[in-house]
Design a protein around this ligand. Structure first.
Ligand SMILES: Cc1ncc(COP(=O)(O)O)c(C=O)c1O
Length: 381
């Protein structure tokens, strides 16, 4: 039987329409968008079309979109690009949260090693950062706040607008990592009032290795890479035209179909939860249950068992765990630690994330498989 993929927060497949649009740029027809002849101009036009499609998805102007190689690069460009401009000033303080992806934590750690100050704001037990805590962490010398829009593990959404408003009461820029939220909920830069926003292609049915950074007009940013000046100098290097075209089409699919996809994913996620809860009774708890959550994410704690063993036994379900268990010790992910999950509960955490084409049949089969494996493991423990 075909395995049931419930790991859409890890990555999504490439949508057939996206692949179709990319193919001409991967065949015999080739060009460098910087060439001034007609072939080069055609490739440059394709990039500008895609820029318009991504901008439309985000409610931005096309000139505010910079193509990158994915979510990690977008976050690095936003964080390092902002802070290196401040290298010789006193504004050398950055604020992040305790539930960031490593693509934010690592550049912040890097800055700290270079002598910048970094503050980490915690969250409540449902995985939500309080805007008042961010406000309290702001200092006159805070140049940037970077807080993700939706957490990748528990799916909790963050009060980005409120945080951005607090930042803008002083000279502080606001960046949000929207790698998980784009394509699942509306992500509009003016509603969020952010200065910088990252997206990752492979979370929204475009390929891996492509992404974008929204840079609000007028925002001062240094490039991280230095080269020939493509992407208005923010991201030099010959453009990955095929993938940029793919990201554009993926964005257009979202612009046209988000409401339906959001509703469908939520229905599938809730069906999965209901099926597991009715089989298992009260033993099953859900992380982030009290938070406003992504419509597709269900982070569940299977009691008395180890999530990793459960997924090994459930070979027809592909999902992720939240804690790594090695020789009797458990290492919680940063997010599970931040929400205060105890070690024994976190051992049983499994992140199930549905996609826009997940079916009710798949969800029902997955719930049965997971429950059967849980029962066997529990009986053997
Ligand atoms: C919240 C978040 N930010 C950033 C990334 C990194 O994106 P990419 O894999 O495109 O570098 C991910 C991917 O897991 C993510 O979930």
């Amino acid at each position: 039987m075909t395995p049931i993929y419930l790991d859409y927060n890890a990555t999504t497949p490439i949508d057939p329409a996206v692949r179709e649009a990319m193919l001409p740029y991967l065949g015999e027809w080739f060009g460098n968008p910087s060439s001034s002849h007609a072939q080069g101009r055609a490739w440059a036009d394709a990039i500008e079309d895609a820029r318009g499609q991504v901008a439309e998805m985000l409610g931005a102007a096309p000139s505010e979109i910079v193509f990158t190689a994915g979510g990690t690069e977008s976050n690095n460009l936003a964080i390092l690009g902002t802070m290196t401009r401040e290298a010789s000033s006193t504004a050398r303080h950055v604020v992040i949260s305790s539930i960031e992806h490593p693509a934010t934590i690592a550049p912040a750690d890097f800055l700290e090693r270079q002598g910048y100050a970094v503050s980490i704001v915690g969250c409540d037990k449902s995985g939500t950062v309080d805007a008042a805590d961010v406000r309290a962490a702001l200092r006159p010398e805070t140049a940037l706040v970077s807080i993700l829009h939706a957490n990748n593990e528990v799916g909790s959404m963050q009060p980005i607008r409120e945080i951005a408003d607090a930042c803008h009461e002083q000279r502080t820029l606001m960046h949000t990592d929207a790698a998980q939220s784009a394509g699942k909920v509306p992500v509009r830069v003016d509603d969020l009032a952010v200065d910088l926003l990252s997206i990752a292609g492979h979370k929204l049915y475009a390929p891996k290795g492509i992404g974008a950074l929204y840079v609000r007009s007028g925002t001062q940013l240094d490039p991280v890479l230095h080269g020939a000046g493509q992407e208005r100098g923010f991201r030099p290097g010959t453009e990955n035209t095929a993938y940029i075209v793919g990201l554009g089409v993926a964005a257009e699919l979202i612009t046209n179909g988000l409401a339906e996809a959001q509703q469908h994913m939520q229905a599938m996620r809730d069906r999965l939860h209901a099926a597991l809860a009715s089989a298992m009774g009260e033993g099953l708890s859900v992380n982030g249950m009290d938070a406003e959550r992504l419509p597709n994410t269900l982070s569940v704690n299977f009691p008395h068992i180890v999530g990793q063993e459960l997924l090994e036994r459930t070979s027809d379900v592909f999902a992720s765990t939240g804690a790594a268990c090695h020789s009797g010790t458990t290492k919680l992910s940063a997010t599970l630690a931040a929400i205060g999950l105890d070690e024994s509960t976190a051992r049983g955490t499994v992140r199930l994330s549905v996609g826009r084409h997940t079916t009710a049949k798949e969800v029902d089969r997955a719930a049965q498989s997971l429950f059967a494996a849980w029962r066997e493991l529990h009986a053997a423990s």
